[in-house]
Design a protein. Sequence first.
Length: 122
Amino acid sequence: MTLPMRLTAVTLDCADPEALAAFYQRATGFELHPASDRDFAGLTREDGFFIGFQRVDDYRAPGWPGRSVPQQAHFDFAVDDIAEAEAVLLELGATAPEHQPGGARWRVLLDPAGHPFCLARK
């Protein structure tokens, strides 16, 4: 049996919700949710999809690619030009880990809170 479910939101744990929301807002162009505050911030896409960022005391960033602190989840973004998108995201505060398992097919970056995310060609 398949339920008629539609994914409407994803929420990430972090130490600074406002800062992480600002990073992803600049990266995606999503709108900052008006109810965002110190403990929970959110971004909304025009179709209603929501990305939330919630403050967690003693937050520990994922240890990617190691598993000492599992990555738990990650985003995949489709871009026209991987190298160009990577350069922009690095300027916005992302970092590029040495381990890159995707070769030329995709690129792994880490957001300012340490969550891995991937860039792949559209």
